[in-house]
Ligand binder design. Structure first.
Ligand code: SAM
Ligand code: SF4
Length: 466
């Protein structure tokens, strides 16, 4: 197994700024080219971009901070939001205006996979179209682009391979992401992910743990395992580690103080994960467990593979833990045919579970999905109303629950310093944002105890207790 290198933002090799085309020419003797990489979407997309940047750095490219200075502009796209393709084509129009002679542009990610060669038809100034399931072929695809080929594609979606990189150029100096499972084998009727990211592929546990040890060696103490259904992890190596065993082993790596994971699928969620959190304080007490709807009829129509009752049984497992565990979720309102009574079931589920956070979405159609042709669309105005009702309920719960923490102490991993003097921010193990005051000079990356003095619906406010 080859070893890999992790580059932290604060320890980048060759930090020379390259901010203009003139600088690009001046540097061209020593570097193959320069790249600008713009990313949209989820943490998984952010992390894919860190690995793509690693591939480019290892080919001798330098990163630049504006597109005008880049010989290669890459745009990593997301298709989870409504009208995603339309937004990508309009952005490509903006890039066209900027493009100088000899500059190339590539479209990566979910919209690249979804639109494929249509991108060349509508935006002929694009040279490369590559979906995430083909990132492992990026070195060859880049070589074709460098050789002057016009329409280079990486659109093979039917693969059992994962994207392994020699170098990952990590942007977040405090939390390192590690993809442990790529793609998705579920078939939720509203979701485009199985089409854009391909089938489920788990990475070898020994590779994951080797990457984790290297991260600890370069100073990372917090890691987050990523996957669309992270807990469906199925180790392809002879060790055949269960997901919960991987969590436990990760938590025991010297130097690692926090292990997170997202997103968990309720059907594959078991007591072993709760037991792992209970037994190992280094595994963060936060679980993101998307429910999508509180109605079993709607869940069936979404093909979510669990009922309301089964979901609530998983929640009961979590609530039975010795450590308090924060639960967050995703909810879609206005799925085709969702009645007022079914929406009321979602509200009553929110009452029962008392989530620490809800990401709520109005249903909207996605290409290729089964829900596209479902009858009884909920009118836009009604979706908006349901969303507002849900948000208001959740906002009140969050405010009430966070207020109860006033006067207590929370351990915060410090992510950054705000512009205001003596103001810092970070996250608790629950993944709650904590803004606090401290006169200490150098807190970045440290773990500090904060006394909670107040809160907003989405964050805690506090003071650093020395
Ligand atoms: N894999 C995760 C899971 O199983 O929950 C989530 C994947 S998706 C990137 C994130 C969220 O986007 C979903 O949980 C869902 O709530 C929302 N979403 C996906 N497709 C949607 C659609 N067509 N309309 C509205 N929301 C959608
Ligand atoms: Fe999409 Fe469902 Fe897979 Fe999540 S589990 S990525 S919602 S198909």
């Amino acid at each position: 197994m080859g070893s890999s290198i992790d580059i932290r933002l604060d320890s980048l090799v060759n930090p020379q700024p390259v901010n203009s085309r003139a600088a690009l020419v001046a540097n061209s003797a020593s570097v193959r080219g320069t790249f600008y990489l713009e990313t949209f979407g989820c943490q998984m997309n952010e992390h894919d971009s860190e690995k793509v940047a690693g591939v480019l750095l290892s080919r001798g490219y330098q990163r630049v901070e504006n597109p005008e200075a880049a010989s290669l502009i890459l745009y990593n796209t997301c298709s989870i939001r409504e009208k995603a393709a339309q937004k990508v084509f309009s952005r490509l129009g903006v890039y066209r205006e900027l493009l100088g002679k000899d500059q190339k542009i590539g479209v990566l990610g979910c919209v690249a996979q979804q639109e494929g060669e249509e991108i060349f038809r509508r935006a002929p100034w694009v040279s490369l179209v590559c979906g995430s399931a083909s990132y492992r072929n990026l070195p060859q695809l880049l070589a074709q682009v460098e050789a002057g080929e016009q329409r280079v594609t990486g659109l093979d979606n039917d693969t059992d391979e994962t994207f392994e990189t020699e170098i990952t150029r990590r942007d977040n100096p405090c939390r390192a992401y590690i993809t442990i499972i790529e793609g998705c084998d579920k078939a939720c009727t509203y979701c485009v992910v199985p089409f854009t990211r391909g089938p489920e592929r788990s990475r070898d546990s020994s590779r994951i743990l080797a990457e984790l040890r290297q991260l600890a060696d370069v100073g990372y103490s917090e890691v987050q395992f990523l996957g669309q259904t992270v807990n469906s992890y199925a180790d392809p190596s002879p060790r055949k580690m269960k997901f919960s065993e991987l969590l436990v082993e990760a938590a025991q790596v010297p130097g690692i103080r926090r292990v997170r994971f997202t997103t968990s699928h309720p059907s594959d969620f078991g007591k072993d994960i709760v037991d792992a959190i209970d037994a190992h304080p280094a595994i963060c007490n936060h679980i993101h467990l998307p429910v999508q709807s509180g109605s079993t009829r709607v869940l069936r129509a979404m093909r979510r593979t669990y009922s309301r009752q089964e979901y609530l049984e998983k929640i009961a497992l979590i609530r039975a833990a010795t450590r308090p565990i924060a639960v967050t979720t995703d909810i879609i309102v206005g799925f085709p045919g969702e009645t007022e009574a079914e929406f009321a079931e979602t509200l009553s589920l929110v009452d029962k579970v008392r989530y620490s956070g809800v990401f709520s979405f109005k249903y909207s159609t996605r290409p290729n999905t089964a829900a596209l042709s479902m009858p009884d669309a909920v009118p836009e105005e009604e979706k908006r109303r349901r969303l507002a009702v849900l948000l208001e309920k959740q906002r009140n719960f969050q405010l009430e629950d966070l207020q109860k923490l006033r006067g207590t102490a929370v351990e915060v991993h410090v992510d950054g310093k705000s512009k205001k003097e003596n103001q810092w921010y970070g996250h608790s193990s629950f993944n709650c944002v904590v803004n606090f005051s401290s006169s200490s000079e150098d807190l970045l990356g440290r773990y500090v105890n904060i006394r909670v003095t107040a809160c907003t619906p989405n964050s805690l406010l506090g003071e650093h207790t020395l």
